[in-house]
Design a protein around this ligand. Structure first.
Ligand code: FAD
Length: 385
């Protein structure tokens, strides 16, 4: 059950999503175009600073409201959902959580004002095994020289800076990783090939190359060697937003299937009059609601300061698999026009939602995180509940 202020927040976001975001969703997908013109209105609406304190120009909301925002944006446009989720959870959060006062003052007001931040963890040889980072930062005078390549970076082309990991030891045995705020304006920082994606085509995903990027020590985020731990904490929060994105997309597919089933007539009656279709719709609605409750539970635990790593992995796993299942069922309900004409949003959602099973850790990695945690708890306490 949502609090009144959370219900009102949903209504506000729904209105914004319908008026500003939805009208362009089809074109962004078809043209594979990143909508830079959205950034200002989204910033003015507070969507670029949902985890940032007022003190730095932010519009901080609780994690349930943040999830609702990602959910409602994704419901009409998955590309906008991922742009906002990545910017807030992966771009602004590490600075909020681990940044110095000077870094907060330098970057957070800009981020709140509509300048994107990206997150550079994944590399060609370090995907699920993010600790296998090959990017290297070598001390030079008071600063660092960073070399490396990052791939699959959301908003890479447009971001003013990327929160990036790099190894900070020459010793191959020493896997210590440090996080740096690498700015687009730095010499040697360049945006590489943009991916031609199956889905989320209005979101920008590209390579980043760092060639002898000279970085002042004031751009080191937190302590040397703490980068990997910081990234795991960041992903715990980020997974809630991917769960929210998945339920938003799933709800969008369900909306589409419901209205189609009520309109389409075969054998002299709407297809919704058939029990076989009704059962599909009932299963879809039930699964979406169950996943939604898991996302909100993880969000509430985060806000209450209760450890929530397992719950964030669980909600992402559940919501993303529900998302792909519901999108598939929506298309089945729509027959030929669903799968093959691209006339209805369900088809775009089907292509978009798969990312939720991959980004911020695949479903296999979520199962690994969950299993490790429940086995640990059982060995310590005898039972998980
Ligand atoms: C659209 C998009 C946006 C993204 N945005 C970002 C971003 O902004 N920043 C960023 O840093 N990254 C980003 N990523 C990268 C994403 O997080 C990785 O793709 C993801 O973590 C998986 O890594 P990988 O693709 O290298 O797969 P791999 O790690 O190569 O995995 C391949 C397969 O093997 C399985 N596998 C791997 N290890 C195990 C294991 N131990 N046990 C069982 N199965 C295993 C995986 O589950 C998967 O099925 C993005 C990806 C996409 C597609």
């Amino acid at each position: 059950m949502l609090e009144k202020k959370q219900q009102e927040f949903r209504q506000k976001i729904q209105a914004f999503a319908k008026e500003v975001i939805a009208p362009q969703a089809v074109d962004l997908d078809l043209q594979q175009r990143f909508p830079t013109e959205y950034l200002k209105p989204m910033a003015e609406f507070g969507l670029m600073s949902m985890l940032i304190d007022k003190k730095y120009g932010g519009s901080k909301v609780d994690t349930v409201c943040y999830s609702i925002a990602v959910e409602e944006l994704s419901r009409v446009c998955g590309s906008t959902g991922i742009t906002i989720a990545a910017h807030n959870s992966l771009g602004t959060f590490p600075i909020v959580a681990f940044g110095s006062e000077e870094q907060k003052e330098r970057f957070l007001p800009r981020a709140a004002g509509g300048e994107l931040l990206a997150f550079g963890l994944t590399e060609p040889d370090a995907g699920s095994d993010a600790g296998g980072t090959k990017s290297m930062a070598v001390k030079k005078g008071d600063g660092w020289v960073v070399n490396g390549t990052k791939c699959f970076i959301t908003s890479a082309t447009h971001a003013m800076a990327t929160i990036s990991t790099a190894r900070t030891s020459d010793d191959p045995q020493d896997k210590s990783i440090t996080t740096f705020i690498l700015e687009k304006s730095m010499n040697g920082y360049s945006v590489g090939k943009k991916e031609n994606k199956l889905g989320l085509r209005g979101s920008d995903t590209a390579f980043l190359h760092f060639d002898d990027v000279e970085v002042p020590d004031t751009n080191r985020l937190g302590k040397q060697g703490e980068g990997f731990k910081q990234m795991l904490i960041t992903l715990d929060g980020g997974r809630i937003s991917i769960g929210a994105m998945a339920i938003g997309l799933a709800q969008g597919a369900l909306d589409c299937a419901l209205s189609y089933a009520n309109e389409r007539k075969q054998f002299g009656r709407t297809i919704a009059a058939n029990q076989a279709i009704q059962h599909k719709l009932a299963n879809m609605a039930t699964e979406v609601q169950a996943a939604r409750l898991m996302v909100y539970e993880a969000a509430r635990m985060k806000d209450a300061g209760i450890p929530f790593s397992r719950q964030s992995a669980m909600c992402k796993l559940m919501a993303s698999e529900v998302g792909t299942r519901v999108a598939h069922l929506a298309m089945e309900i729509m027959g030929g026009v669903g799968f093959y004409t691209g006339k209805y949003p369900a088809e775009r959602i089907w292509r978009d939602v798969k990312l939720c099973e991959i980004g911020e850790g695949t479903s296999e990695i979520q199962r690994l995180v969950i299993a490790r945690d429940i086995l640990r708890v059982v060995s310590e306490k005898g039972a998980i509940i």
